[in-house]
Write a protein that binds this ligand. Structure first.
Ligand SMILES: [Zn+2]
Length: 462
């Protein structure tokens, strides 16, 4: 705690215009470099960031643009510390989800400033993180900051999709682990400062994430002429299976982080919710009525349980023919304490029909990652910096229902914490969608938050 207070005291109390301008300029440059999977190149973005770091005085050996091919290259940069402790890795992905001009109000690959917001594909997910990490490296260089451990920044490819072999974190771990090996990792893509109608509610500290695994369910049939239908029908058979699946509920899992989440957040929602939380946390197995009440919120349901949901359906080949095949995609999000095999068995048991085949889509071995232990140094630094910047706002451990690059690192034994201090509104989530944007204040405060958090974790008091 002593080193932490020291770090907070030596930090200027608030943002300087220079650093705000810098982070905005870096974000502008990144937004205007297309990094989609279809026509984009993360290599171009990585090169542009490398040029900025070299211009700021980083040694060429500490700034590497590296990857399986130029269009999927990653940037790895290192701010040298005293080496008293093992490095911290800071990650953010460079690739973005596709965006079509005709869907947007403005050109998604033009940086547009309007009414206190910055618009463009990736402003929120997660070029804001890239820009912040680069701007902070440049600031530390300028301030001659000498951390007590190396700070490694990796800006990477293929987080949003594409060939997993070209996923930047996976590729770096496999081919150049030495470049990014660290005691733990901070991932701005894993957690936000959650706000509702402008009010700051909590700063997420993601210590685990659910695994992403889809299955293809398929029924085959000999088919025939639709003028002479038979009882046996691929569409009906699959549909009956899907209805059974829609009614299944996976068991509630309450680990330390989930308990902390419900203790700090749910109790703010009113007396009935507070009562349900208390009952759920003090009964074993958790009181069913309380769980049912809390699980009415899809967000909370996703934190409490593994979920599986039908997302795609495909069947038949002609209006006047009996279907020869019916196929559904079921997407599962698996809690860290449960295995893909268990989820597959559960689906099989619930479908209860050997004529419905079940095939996993993703590689089952690359689905799951363990939860990261809630390290006291990280938790305390997150709490201290959060309440110094936004008094009264708690930093709350969360399991995120979505998957991020933290999965690869946790599986490789590098504990990863998703936290950014970047404000995002619960009711207006535009990442992956149209007119993606970030509030200017969210970018600037996120920059300052990550600057202070990283310093708190890399400064030892004399
Ligand atoms: Zn992302």
């Amino acid at each position: 705690m002593r080193f932490l207070l020291f770090a907070l005291l030596v930090t200027p109390l608030w943002a300087s215009d220079t650093d705000d301008r810098l982070v905005r300029d870096v974000l502008r440059e990144l937004i205007e470099i297309n990094t989609t999977h279809s026509v984009g190149s993360t290599g171009k973005a990585a090169e542009a960031m490398a040029q900025r770091l070299l211009a700021a005085g980083f040694a060429p050996a500490d700034v590497q643009v590296i990857g399986p091919r130029p269009e999927r290259a990653n940037l790895v940069a290192r701010l040298r510390g005293t080496g008293a402790r093992r490095p911290i890795l800071l990650i953010s992905h460079l690739d973005v989800v596709e965006a079509r001009r005709e869907d947007w109000s403005t050109d998604p690959f033009q940086f547009v400033e309007k009414d206190g917001y910055f618009y463009g594909r990736g402003t929120m997910d997660i070029k804001c993180g890239d820009a912040i990490l680069v701007a902070n490296l440049i600031r530390w260089k300028r301030e001659n900051y000498r951390p007590d451990r190396d700070l490694i920044v990796a800006l990477t490819a293929n987080e949003e999709g594409g060939d997993v072999e070209e996923n930047g974190i996976h590729w770096l771990l496999k081919n150049h682990r030495d470049l990014i090996d660290a005691e733990f990792c901070i991932n701005p893509d894993g957690g936000n400062l959650e706000t509702k109608k402008g009010k700051k509610l909590l700063n997420e500290l993601q210590y685990a994430e659910k695994g992403f695994l889809s299955f293809t369910l398929e029924v085959k049939n000999k088919g025939g002429h639709s003028s002479v239908p038979e009882k046996e029908n691929a569409i009906y058979r699959l549909s009956r299976g899907l209805v059974r699946l829609s009614e299944v509920d996976f068991p509630v899992v309450l680990d330390a982080g989930t308990r902390a989440f419900f203790e700090t957040v749910a109790v703010r929602e009113g007396a009935d919710v507070a009562q349900a939380v208390n009952r759920m946390l003090s009964t074993n197995p958790p009181d069913a009525a309380s769980v049912a009440l809390l699980a009415k919120s899809p967000d909370w349901n996703a934190v409490l349980k593994t979920t599986c949901v039908a997302t795609m359906l495909q069947a038949g080949h002609a209006e006047n023919a009996l279907p020869q095949a019916a196929k559904a995609t079921v997407n599962c999000r698996i809690l860290p304490s449960e295995t893909p095999a268990y989820v597959e068995e559960t689906i099989q048991r619930v479908l209860d029909d050997p004529q419905i085949s079940i095939t996993p889509i993703e590689n089952m071995e690359l689905v799951q990652s363990p939860a990261s232990a809630l390290r006291p140094d990280v938790v305390q630094a997150a709490k201290a910096v959060t309440s110094a910047m936004w008094p009264g706002v708690p930093a709350v451990p969360i399991v995120s229902p979505g998957a991020s690059d933290g999965t690869h690192l946790r599986r490789a034994g590098i504990p990863t914490y998703g936290i950014s201090g970047i404000a995002d509104d619960y009711d207006d989530i535009r990442a992956h969608g149209k007119d993606e944007r970030i509030a200017a204040t969210a970018l600037y405060e996120g920059r300052e938050f990550l600057y202070r958090l990283t310093q708190a974790l890399s400064t030892t008091a004399q």
